[in-house]
Design a protein around this ligand. Structure first.
Ligand code: PMP
Length: 383
């Protein structure tokens, strides 16, 4: 018998209230009972997206919402700037290519954030003028946070729209759709929003709707116009993922009770504690100090340690699931999440497990120094 702890950057653990919701008997989706829940969910979505605009709900993983932006905003032959600083930024370029949109890739060294000036320069010099700039709020593969606010200021001076992949981090780190004037934001259900994978979301402003009107790419399931028409009747065009919507309503109640801003502060402290623990253990942080995300921390492992093995032992022998590195970072980093239903004692537990396994794998550390550093951050910030 083993107790499991999930500290991966998606999926994240489920609060008991969410699990209880998932266990409720199914109801029909075209009923007043369901539609009143859906109405509350729409209010919750506006709250977490920090917008007054409509938010659409898709039954898909986050990638589906990403794809929806390409097919609804663009036409074959358009150009679009895609910021690629990791696995998920790379996905924007692939999605554009799949639909005959010409991606102008802005390659960013993994672990660094895009310099907004580079986007400004690309917007000025790319012909034909790019219709969209695709970015990532938190690049989960590297633990990097993008300066969306600055990028929005730049993109807003042009005819292009800014599209932000906030699959990772929405609800855990600031992403003020209206205040920052972000044209399009997409997200997914399994990270900061604390429910299982399976739902994805999108919100867009008037500027983006103009592109929707002009878009010629084929679309059916993800056709925004269908979602808009249904939402006007407080409904969705297709059969809803009823249980997930019910669960999302429970999750939103919890997020609203705590308050978004309090949540941002909470995750910042968790992030600080993981960073302090890593440094105290003599480990380096992978993401540059200027752009570390408060949703996930990536930690470089010593060259002598097989990172893939370490992740496997933590998960399979000790029940502590963290993520390893992807692509060229396989075996070289670990990623510890601090978003959703993760608390400070799970962080302490995770660090203590990391210390133990590092030590067992022959890496010399003083047991307890990571835990001590993490605890000190919690005490200092009165968590
Ligand atoms: N973008 C980011 C930043 C992500 O972290 C993820 C999932 N890890 C995705 C997009 C893709 O989401 P999904 O796997 O739900 O399709």
């Amino acid at each position: 018998m083993k107790k499991n702890y999930l500290l991966t950057p998606g999926p994240t653990p489920l609060p008991p209230e969410v699990m209880e919701s998932l266990a409720r008997p199914i109801i029909h989706h075209r009923t007043p009972q369901f539609l009143s829940i859906f109405k509350e969910v729409c209010v919750g979505l506006k709250y977490v997206f920090a917008t007054k605009q409509d938010c659409f709900v898709f039954t898909s993983s986050g990638t589906g919402a990403m794809e929806s932006t390409v097919v609804n905003l663009l036409s074959a032959g358009d150009t679009a700037i895609c910021v690629n600083g990791g696995k998920f930024g790379e996905r924007w370029g692939k999605l554009c290519q799949a639909y005959g949109v010409e991606p102008v890739i802005v390659d960013v060294e993994w672990g660094k954030a895009v310099d907004p000036k580079v986007i400004e320069e690309k917007l000025k010099n790319t012909k034909p003028a790019p219709k969209a700039v695709f970015t990532t709020l938190c690049e989960t593969s590297t633990g990097v946070s993008t300066d969306i606010r600055e990028i929005a200021k730049i993109v807003n001076k042009t005819d292009a729209v800014l599209v932000v992949d906030a699959v990772s981090g929405l609800g855990a780190v600031p992403c003020y759709t209206d205040e920052w004037q972000i044209d399009v934001v997409v997200s997914g259900s399994q990270k900061g929003l604390m429910i299982p994978p399976g739902l994805a979301f999108c919100t867009l402003n008037e500027k983006a709707w103009k592109l929707v009107e002009a878009s010629k790419l084929p679309k059916f399931y993800y056709d925004y116009k269908k979602y808009k028409a249904s939402l006007a009747k407080n409904d969705m065009p297709w059969t809803s993922a009823i249980s997930l919507i019910v669960a999302l309503n429970s999750a939103f109640k919890l997020l609203q009770q705590r308050g978004l801003e309090n949540g941002f502060k909470y995750y910042e402290v968790l992030a600080d504690s993981v960073r302090a623990a890593a440094l105290a253990l003599g480990l380096e942080l992978f993401a540059d100090a200027s752009c570390r995300s408060n949703a996930v921390t990536s930690i470089k492992l010593p060259a002598s340690v097989d990172g893939a093995k370490l992740v496997k032992i933590m998960r399979d022998d000790y029940g502590v699931a963290v993520a390893g590195g992807q692509e060229h970072l396989k075996g070289k980093i670990i990623r510890i999440a601090h978003m959703g239903y993760i608390n400070e004692f799970e962080i302490v537990l995770c660090i203590s497990c990391l210390e133990r396994i590092l030590s067992k794998m022959g890496h010399k550390i003083d047991l307890g120094v990571g835990v001590k550093a993490a605890q000190e951050v919690f005490i200092k910030n009165s968590l």
